[in-house]
Design a protein around this ligand. Sequence first.
Ligand code: MG
Length: 316
Amino acid sequence: MFDRTGLPKAVTVYEVGPRDGLQNEITIFSAHVKAQLIQRLLKAGLPAVEIASFVRPDLVPAMADAEEILAEMAPFLGAHRMVALVPNQRGLDRAISAGVREIAVFASATESFAQANLNNSVAGSLDLFGPVIRQARDAGLRVRGYVSMCFGDPWEGKVAAEQVVHVAERLFEDGIDELSLGDTIGVATPGDVIDLLSACDVRGISRSRLAVHFHDTYGQGLSNALTALQEGITTIDSSIAGLGGCPFAKSATGNLATEDLVWQLHGLGISTGVNFAELLETSHWLSETTGLKNRSKVSIALSRNMHDETGMVESQ
Ligand code: MG
């Protein structure tokens, strides 16, 4: 028998689609389409949305429009939690100028991914983030940290929890408010989730300050999310339509889909503040507007056109 008494009453669904999702798709979309998506997500009740990335435009062309997105979202900034990724001091300066109230910094648990993604060592990147985090806090911004490759790495294989905890402790020392533990290539299974959260516990990192970020590459996303809930995690990252992936993961599928996560949470009687009908409408709008493949099983099952994921009309 499933015992639901240990589950939280409410969960924060942290939407990463407009940033993590679209950054990792091949097609590049206009700032206006992104802003429309963000507005729809907010209207559907998503309590936190990651909206832009202040990275170097020449290095990440898909995110070259951060200022444009912020300009379109300016009227909503005061009333909603909207987060922008910041890789360095220059990115922070741009984010503050654009009116951002919360930033995210992106650390890696492994040397290989730090080199590939940040062009730096783990220690070097943490040294770089420290002053950025402190300056953001001094400017009154909230700071979210990420650790990538928390469970496995395409070059290094299985990642020891101790490596993750080391990076997590350093980011909290530097002043982040919340940390998202990322299974960037989607290899974790529920036992791994329990092990990593236990390792965080041992070092005194409160679960109330942790979020989890799962990818569904191996079909473990929802199982891992449920396990995290049972372990007391109340913030879960997800991406509308399961957008995104990881450029370094072989045949990587996307982030855990928001529709699938919310379907599960509401089924468990857990409140999210999300209007599921509006979320679904946004999911279908996104697929139709962008042509991107919808990877949410729930969205596909509830498709208004009864199309399956290949675009073929189902025979019955
Ligand atoms: Mg992701």
